[in-house]
Design a protein around this ligand. Structure first.
Ligand SMILES: O=C(O)CCC(=O)C(=O)O
Ligand SMILES: [Fe+2]
Length: 353
């Protein structure tokens, strides 16, 4: 990445506080009880251990929109393997990496913008369900769809298998977490299953190289995740910060080995009619060590109309959002991340009633 380009410099109010204190962090939740759990198995969902978890997760989603998950059931060796393989991939020359450069949505990319400042990072995206069908155009009324397929590099040769294996494991965890979240909202555990028979989920590998001016730049600028749920693996280098809901302070999420950071995205915010919030977060960089983070974005199929669930709204709590088409929204957001725009990209606030 090299030179410090003007486009990476964040506005003063968005620059990191590299000396932020680390007094409190997001809740840590032990998922051991999830081992035999399935949202479609009513008996398992009713056990005392699951009910305890449901209460913890509901509280974390309400108060933080984020939590750290330990004993989550994803085998450590699968996670170590994907981390090892992607490091090998990013170590290569730019020309090699560009052989799998993102054309429509998937592959390698090094100039992503979040909120119009360029992020100090390079990424590799792959989709989980192949092919993933999305609208060809973000415009309403244009009906065509396209099929997105992955672009795998030749080197390292095991990258593809490592990525695919990892995604399958994390996807199982995502289904279980959606079951717990449904229960925590007073819904049947399998309430969200119908939304994920098909899906547009993808995995992003973020690589943040050392940055000579970490006080001016961001690895990824402040943003909210637009999907339903994000399951993020981070390595041992700190960087992720979450905006604390109680006072708006940026809180560093300390890396804890073999845990995932889970956060609610905009889709759950809308489905729950704002019982749960999707919370702003960002990632700092540093001048010494590179950092890898791997978010799995769990997202419904493109034809889903996202709207507050009927069971969670009534005359006292009317829907706070107009329905929106998930695929159109996704395509519009992805398109605008690729370049610098003079206006902000599409946000769910656009659909707020
Ligand atoms: O690198 C991180 O810890 C956060 C990444 C992130 O928020 C994202 O890719 O959406
Ligand atoms: Fe994010």
């Amino acid at each position: 990445m090299g030179d410090v380009d003007q486009v990476i410099i964040q506005d003063v109010e968005h620059r990191p506080n590299l000396a932020a204190p680390q007094a409190e962090s997001i809740p840590l939740i032990d998922l051991t009880a999830l081992a035999g759990y399935s949202p479609s198995d009513g008996a398992a969902a009713d056990s005392a251990a699951i009910k305890g978890l449901v209460a913890e997760i509901g509280k974390a989603c309400k108060e933080w929109g984020f939590f750290t998950a330990a004993n989550h059931g994803v085998p450590a060796e699968k996670r170590e393997r994907i981390e090892r393989e992607v490091r090998e991939f990013f170590r290569q020359d730019l020309a090699e990496k560009k052989k799998v450069q993102r054309k429509t949505t998937l592959g390698y990319y090094e100039t992503e913008h979040t909120k119009n400042a360029r992020d100090w990072k390079e990424v590799f995206d792959f989709t989980v369900q192949e092919p993933t069908v999305v609208p060809a155009s973000p415009e309403d009324g244009e009906e065509g769809v396209i099929e997105c397929t992955n672009q795998w590099p030749e080197y390292p040769p095991e990258l593809r298998e490592a990525c695919e294996d990892y995604a399958q494991e994390v996807q199982k965890l995502a289904h279980k977490l959606m079951g717990l979240i449904a229960q925590s909202l007073g819904l049947p555990a399998n309430r969200f299953d119908e939304f994920f028979e098909d899906h547009t989920s993808f995995v992003r590998i973020n690589h943040y190289p050392p940055c000579p001016t970490p006080h001016l730049a961001m690895g990824i600028g402040h943003h909210k995740d637009s999907g339903a749920l994000t399951i993020l693996a981070q390595d041992d280098v700190p960087g992720l910060e979450v905006k604390r809901k109680s006072d708006g302070e940026w809180i560093l999420v300390k890396p804890i080995p073999d845990t995932f950071i889970i956060n609610v995205g905009d889709v759950i915010k809308v489905w729950s009619n704002e019982a749960y919030d999707s919370v702003e977060h960002r990632a700092m960089v540093n001048s010494k060590r590179d950092r890898i983070s791997i978010p799995f974005f769990f997202m419904p199929p493109h034809y889903t109309m996202v709207q507050p669930l009927e069971e969670l709204t009534d005359e006292h709590n009317p829907p706070k959002y107009r329905p929106y088409n998930w695929g159109k929204y996704l395509v519009s957001r992805k398109g605008s991340n690729l370049k610098k725009f003079t206006v902000q990209n599409l946000q769910i606030d656009h659909f707020r009633i």
